[in-house]
Design a binder for this molecule. Structure first.
Ligand code: PLP
Length: 383
């Protein structure tokens, strides 16, 4: 494959749009007829680039989008993306005019916000479409499930407010058979029933993230909110056997320097690594923890060059890190490392791969945080 590089930097995140489209198709095919797919593309599409990914995801069949902040929603609207768009938690009152002007639906959880939202919509002669967020047990956001009926009774005096959806979020969807999951689901179903019995239109009913979409198909209701899965990653090893996905992000860099120091030469801050053998090469890669290559990974990961794994050695710096080539042994057949060689820090090179899960495990975190981190500063190259 012809390699595309960014103009001004020898480090980048490669985003495979074909894989993204394929993953959207795979999720869409897993849904029953009429169930909508809401693509969750908060945090710049989990680091993959929100605008570009949104366009592909919609073209591939997603029905709606969700983000975490109003600014994320505005970025999409300004790029001409016009599908229904939800902000997953209630934003500040000051953002209301932006929401109304750009037809962005907020999650609503307080009376004060809801009424101000309705007033503003009335002023502009528009409908104030919102989704009611219900806390069924995660204790993060939403109206407590016991209060949902009273809350709706308060809101429905306002003629401009229109409930386009009612949703909750599971805390343990990645643990099938979990008792807390069942309890949250029961509370959610009871609340919907109660609201409907009292004559309220709940709009689209939705509660599933990626894990629940795959592991608990009975909870799809009207729409599934899938984030991580679209980017080809699994929220738990349990979903691996249920759905086949292709990772969308790879992280690459070109070697900027190669030296062959004397034995026992220190490498990087603190000199936590010292060269061990004559002929050992130390190569520099121009990316570091400010690019999401977490400092906690120092000395614990491998980088692929010419299809072979090399140890990352020494402390990972803010903007640089080093890798080591043994003079013999594992890399005996390989050509020595050279300036300009492409190194894969996450992704596949030949027969070998480094996955977001490998990095997450080495850093003591989850794959979500790994891809979000790589999205922070690296230029995205779309292929
Ligand atoms: C982030 C988020 C999702 C998507 O979660 P994934 O595990 O990435 O699928 C869905 N719903 C809410 C409320 C979220 O915050």
């Amino acid at each position: 494959m012809q390699q595309t590089y960014p103009k001004n930097r020898w480090a980048w995140a490669e985003i495979n749009l074909g894989a993204l489209r394929q993953n959207v198709h795979t999720y869409k095919e897993g849904l029953e007829r009429g169930v909508k797919l809401m693509a969750v593309i908060k945090a710049d599409a989990y680091g993959h680039g929100a605008v570009r990914c949104a366009k592909e995801i919609i073209a591939a069949g997603a029905d709606q989008l969700a983000v975490a902040t109003v600014d994320e929603a505005l970025e999409l609207r300004r790029a001409g993306i016009d599908v229904p768009l939800l902000v997953l938690s209630e934003p500040p009152l000051e953002s209301i005019q932006d929401l109304v002007e750009h037809d962005i639906m907020p999650a609503v959880t307080t009376e004060e916000f809801a009424l101000a939202f309705g007033e503003c919509a009335a002023h502009f002669d528009k409908k104030a479409r919102y989704h009611l967020a219900i806390d069924t047990g995660m204790t993060r956001t939403g109206v407590s499930w016991q209060d949902a009926l009273d809350f709706r009774r308060m809101l429905d005096f306002h003629s401009c407010l229109e409930c386009a959806g009612t949703f909750t979020h599971f805390a343990t969807a990645d643990m099938p058979g979990d008792w807390d999951f069942s309890l949250q689901l029961q509370r959610f179903e009871d609340t919907i029933k109660l609201l409907r019995a009292n004559g309220f239109d709940c709009g689209l009913i939705h509660c599933d993230n990626t894990a629940a979409t795959v592991l608990a198909p009975k909870t799809h209701f009207d729409m599934c909110r899938v984030g991580l899965g679209l980017f080809g990653l699994h929220p738990t090893p349990l979903t691996r056997t249920q759905i086949t996905l292709e990772p969308v992000m790879s992280v690459k860099a070109r070697i900027t320097r190669v030296v062959t120091p004397e034995v026992n030469t220190g490498v990087s801050y603190g000199m936590t690594y010292r060269t061990r053998r004559p002929g050992e090469q130390i190569a520099t890669l121009p990316l570091g923890y400010a690019d999401g290559y977490k400092r906690a990974l120092s000395g614990r990961v491998q980088v692929l060059v010419h299809g072979k794994p090399y140890h990352q050695v020494g402390t990972i710096c803010m903007d640089q890190c080093m890798i080591m080539a043994e003079p013999s042994m594992a890399n005996a057949q390989a050509a020595p490392l050279a300036i300009g060689d492409v190194a894969t820090l996450m992704g596949t090179d030949g027969e070998t791969s480094v996955t977001a899960d490998d990095l997450a495990q080495a850093a003591g975190t989850i794959n979500y945080e790994i891809v979000c981190g790589f999205g922070m500063r690296l230029e995205k190259v779309y292929v």
